[in-house]
Unconditional design. Structure first.
Length: 604
């Protein structure tokens, strides 16, 4: 390419295509004299190669060789195996080799073993961490020079496929300072708009990208230069004081760079989240800052993601707290275990990071060996981590029962890297379970001694469950029926079945309690009398879901009632007979008195 304008055009295209970011320096031969080209030069010096933590690479959309050739820096691309696949002319000159002698080679074939090992180690770190790295190197061809080597990971479809390395001569201290300013600005310019603020005139220049972030174009202003005070009025009220305070510290020299995130009002009255970064580019004759240049990045999407992530983290924390469950993560390489707030609360500690051996005092002395063996088996044998053990809380020294489990995670290379898991305090559950078991035993003893059968009906599935006493009461074997419901339907006396079914239905509807008596017919033909009681259990919406009740044999009670009734009937009959006899005697007595009176009257 012949001039900066062509470079700018190509790099803008590269930015849109999601290609790469790096940094460059201008040489004396790159100077442009005419006004238009000076403007393009200034733009290039502000934006050159866009920089991010990741570099996005699409070979089928961009002529990479052309771009590399246009960059005024030695530059190479190495694939994931460290093989040089693309190099530019300046790199060939830097190491004194021809292009065909470099392509397809590795660092061990191009440099000394010591330097090659260092290069390979740095490359692996960048590929693993997926973050850029700068390193100073001393080169001796054709003369001794200090070179800053900048490595940037290249991502294709979410995978790291290699890295781009650029080499900048920073031998001169003056060149080092100037290039660092340019590099700092360039490294923050991913998808960014440029702004320039003249502090003396209070006029601010924004390029098209910076204006577009808040819905404006150059046509919205009489001049591309705008009063700085107008832009300050567009800050969100909650952010304004923080922005002004940071900028004042920057201008006064209290901080070296201006870096702040804030909300900026858009043309449609909404707000865009902006990340702003700036450097002082010139000073006046009194040494006071005169011109500040910087970039704006639209980070609204990132802020939204951060907000959603924060919400999820808060929900996770609340969930952990409600479930009395704390999370932990072990880095296999470092041996450091990072624990959540709830994990700390469960264990009675304020410490969030541990090494494996630090956990020994927390575990109960009788369980420590078992805990360490389980953790070692997970680390060394890749076995699942699952264990129940006691701990001694570090604050109140109380003993609690913990259920801990963990899962193995691998890195992008398939290597075992982390164990992530949870620890849950199950002391209360254990105590409740033991209490329930004890109550269950007592209930079984009570029901056994009283001959009471317990049943449970799942209303949704219509599945009826009987205990052993229910089968005894109905005189059937458990193996005789596939389901208890069939045993019940077949066992109830035919003359009572319809009535009892109706009473069950009414109880489920809440129309009456289930409290009834009915007859059953055992397989032998024997008729027995049964008393039934039950309660209906509802879900959170008030819908009946279960019915639990008891049956007990009241045949002997029924027989006793019938005997009592017979006695009462007999007494009633005797009473009627006695009363009748007495009435007859009274009647006869009256008749006798009447005859005596008549006889007396006849005699006289």
């Amino acid at each position: 390419m012949d001039n900066y304008k062509d470079i700018i055009k190509e790099l803008r295209h590269a930015e849109k295509m999601g290609f790469f970011e790096s940094h460059a320096q201008m040489t004396d031969t790159d100077k442009v004299t005419d006004t238009e080209n000076n403007k393009e030069k200034d733009e290039f010096s502000s934006t050159h190669f866009l920089h991010r933590d990741h570099l996005y690479f699409e070979e089928d959309k961009l002529d990479i060789d052309m771009i590399f050739s246009s960059v005024p820096l030695p530059m190479v691309f190495k694939n994931h195996e460290g093989v040089y696949t693309i190099v530019n002319k300046l790199f060939c000159e830097l190491i004194g080799r021809k292009k065909e002698k470099i392509i397809g080679k590795t660092d061990f074939e191009l440099f000394s073993e010591k330097r090659a090992k260092r290069f390979v180690a740095d490359d692996r770190q960048v590929l693993s961490d997926e973050k850029n790295k700068n390193q100073m190197e001393k080169f001796s061809h054709p003369k001794v020079r200090w070179i800053r080597v900048s490595r940037n990971p290249v991502v294709n479809q979410g995978k790291v496929v290699g890295l781009i390395c650029s080499f900048m001569d920073v031998t001169s201290e003056k060149a080092l300072i100037a290039s660092e300013k340019k590099m700092k600005l360039a490294m923050n310019a991913a998808h960014a708009g440029v702004w320039e603020w003249n502090l003396k005139t209070n006029m601010v220049f924004f390029d098209e990208l910076a204006l577009a972030m808040v819905g404006y174009t150059n046509k919205d202003f009489k001049d591309v230069l705008t009063k700085g005070s107008w832009w300050m009025d567009q800050f969100h009220p909650e952010d304004k004081h923080r922005i002004e305070s940071t900028f004042q510290k920057f201008i006064s020299g209290e901080i070296d760079t201006y870096s702040v995130e804030f909300r900026l009002k858009r043309k449609d009255e909404g707000y865009t989240w902006i990340s702003s970064y700036g450097l002082i580019m010139s000073y006046d004759e009194n040494g006071e800052p005169e011109v500040v240049i910087g970039i704006h990045q639209d980070i609204t999407n990132r802020k939204n993601v951060d907000w959603k992530l924060k919400q999820r983290q808060n929900l996770l924390k609340q969930g952990e707290k409600l479930a009395n469950m704390g999370s932990w993560e072990l880095d296999v390489e470092t041996g450091i275990i990072v624990c959540s707030d709830q994990w700390q609360r469960i264990h009675g500690t304020l410490k969030s990071e541990y090494r494996k051996d630090d956990l020994i005092p927390i575990a109960h002395p009788d369980d420590r060996k078992r805990v360490m063996e389980a953790l070692d088996n997970t680390i060394n044998k890749k076995l699942p981590y699952y264990i129940e053990h006691r701990i001694i809380r570090q604050d109140d020294k109380k003993i609690r029962l913990i259920k801990a489990y963990g899962e193995i995670f691998k890195d992008q290379h398939g290597n075992f890297s982390k164990i992530k898991g949870y620890a849950r305090d199950i002391t209360g559950e254990k105590e409740t379970k033991e209490e329930l078991e004890e109550n269950k035993k007592r209930l079984e003893i009570a029901t056994d001694s009283a001959g009471i059968g317990v049943w449970d009906l799942d209303i949704k599935t219509n599945v009826l469950t009987w205990d052993k006493w229910m089968y005894r009461i109905y005189g059937v074997n458990e193996s005789s029926f596939q389901e208890a419901f069939d045993a019940w339907q077949n066992g109830v006396h035919p003359d009572d079945l319809s009535r009892v079914n109706k009473e069950v239905e009414m109880a489920q509807k809440g129309e009456k309690d289930f409290d009834t008596k009915f007859r059953i017919v055992r397989p032998t033909g024997e008729i027995r009398y049964v008393k039934g009681n039950a309660i209906v259990i509802h879900d959170e919406r008030g819908k009946p879901v279960r019915m639990t009740g008891i049956n007990y044999d009241i045949t002997e009670e029924k027989k006793a009632e019938e005997k009592v009734k017979e006695k009462i009937d007999e007494l009633q009959r005797w009473k009627k007979m006695t009363v009748g006899r007495e009435l007859k005697m009274i009647e006869l007595k009256k008749e006798n008195e009447k005859l005596k009176k008549e006889l007396t009257n006849s005699l006289y």
